[in-house]
Design a protein around this ligand. Structure first.
Ligand code: EPZ
Length: 415
């Protein structure tokens, strides 16, 4: 596998366009299972995880045609009820096919997604929701078999506003008789984008705070453009912040970034918003702050590692409390290798800013920790070698090219 060689210590300055949101693209593709008509989705990022979900849908009987950033998903034959173990294990969002398949076919067999480096990532809330709709759920060690002659709408209350479980129930609810009410639902921008898509397909969905009501409806084909990726946008803005530069993320939704931008302002970063362009500038460096992640509209857990990496070079002490994933601290080892001063106590990282990080050889353990290590390498004095690119490329399209266009000295090389 290739590696990234980064010569750090250079200010990043310039404009970079952000792709469509990975975490909106995945459920949007799965929504194609809810109708036998075609859906056309635009601004689909060219990412490994997107290829995996499209592979999964193809294996289930969908016809997938990709043309640059647009994807057409249509149906030219009966669907299969068994999802491929390969893809679900590779990318847990494939688990979202479960409810739509049961709604369409009356039965589905889907492998249980394993945990990953950031946590155990159980799917009990997904299964609680499907049982509430009248499905019979049988769990084995490796897979779950779900069947239902007829799904019936019900009230489902989540103990945690799970993004995936909300999306699973949203989509399945369109195929369940009557009304499905999801209480304590996730309301991340990516969930709301899925709701927009489902509405365009003919769904009747009401959102009131964290309560979402879905009425059964026969869904039809449509055309939809995904929202921009707020996590990629935040990561690129932090590349400017961590290197005392100024980066403009182009064609983003500033409203989706509010909790994150508030934290940057707290760090002393100058934020400018002009239409869909957001600029973060930190020529004089930054100061430490306290952050606590939380479900939207709180500070996004997916920007925790990258922000922590930037805080390693801030003046003073910062504390980052993680409330969503127990294993989110996978970036710490790599950052320490670069000289970061970090102490972990339970779910709290205490970071003491250092005057300079130094380049090191590190490996990306997962998507967002990998992005954090890239930011550390950009800020560090000297050169770094980053392996584990397959992880980074699951969530970032052309990251090295984008950073290079901002002035980074970064190149991909055969290991
Ligand atoms: C989605 O994961 C995102 N992935 C994650 O982004 C993101 O970090 C996460 O939401 C939180 O915002 C996609 O959208 C594809 P959850 P998801 O269900 O749906 C617990 C990235 O880097 N939980 O909201 O899996 C779970 O263990 C990825 O792009 C249960 O206990 O997140 C976790 O502690 C990483 N039971 C918490 O809820 C369940 O049935 C949040 O999980 C489901 C979840």
């Amino acid at each position: 596998m290739d590696v990234l060689i980064v010569e750090g210590g250079r200010r990043l300055v310039g404009r970079v366009r952000v792709e469509g949101a990975k975490n909106a693209a995945l459920p949007a593709c799965v929504a194609s299972l809810l109708t036998d008509e075609s859906i056309l989705v635009h601004r689909v990022p060219q990412l490994r995880d997107v290829s995996t979900i499209l592979f999964t849908l193809g294996a289930l009987g969908k016809r997938v045609v990709r043309n640059g950033g647009s994807v057409v998903i249509s149906e030219d034959g009966p669907l299969t009820a068994e999802a491929s173990p390969y893809s679900v294990r590779k990318m847990r969002a494939s688990f979202l096919v479960l409810g739509p398949l049961v709604g369409r076919l009356g039965r589905a067999v889907v492998p249980l997604p394993g945990g990953c480096s950031i946590g155990a990532r159980p799917v009990d809330l997904h299964l609680q929701g499907l049982r509430a709709l009248g499905a019979h759920v049988e769990e084995s060690a490796a897979a779950v078999t779900v069947s239902a002659d007829r799904l019936r709408g019900a009230r489902v209350e989540f103990s945690f506003p799970s993004v995936g479980a909300t999306e699973q129930l949203l989509m399945t609810g369109t195929l369940a008789a009557g009304v499905t009410e999801i209480v304590n639902a996730a309301v991340e921008p990516e969930v709301l984008d899925l709701i927009e898509l489902l509405r365009a397909m003919g769904a009747e969905i009401e959102v009131e705070g964290r309560t979402i009501r879905v009425t059964e409806a026969k869904l039809h084909g449509t055309e939809h453009t995904l929202i921009p990726d707020r996590i990629e946008a935040g990561t690129l803005l932090l590349a400017g912040v961590a290197t005392r530069g100024a980066v403009t993320a182009v064609d983003v939704r500033p409203d989706h970034l509010e909790p994150f931008l508030a934290a940057l302002r707290g760090m002393g970063v100058e934020i400018t918003v002009a239409g869909g362009d957001v600029t973060a500038s930190a020529p004089g460096g930054t100061r430490g702050i306290d952050i606590k992640t939380a479900p939207h509209p709180g500070f996004p857990t997916d920007l925790h590692p990258q922000t922590a990496a930037a805080l390693c070079g801030a003046v003073g002490t910062s504390r980052v409390i993680e409330t969503v994933f127990e294993g989110r601290f996978t970036y710490v080892e790599g950052m320490r290798a670069m000289g970061a001063q970090m102490a972990i106590d339970g779910r709290t990282a205490t970071i003491t800013g250092v005057s300079a990080l130094r380049g090191a050889a590190v490996e990306a353990p997962d998507i967002r920790a990998g992005a954090a290590l890239v930011l550390g390498a950009l800020a560090a004095q000297g050169s770094s070698v980053l392996s584990g690119l397959d992880q980074i490329e699951r969530g970032y399209e052309g990251l090295a090219d984008k950073l290079g266009s901002l002035g980074a000295q970064i190149e991909r090389r055969e290991a």
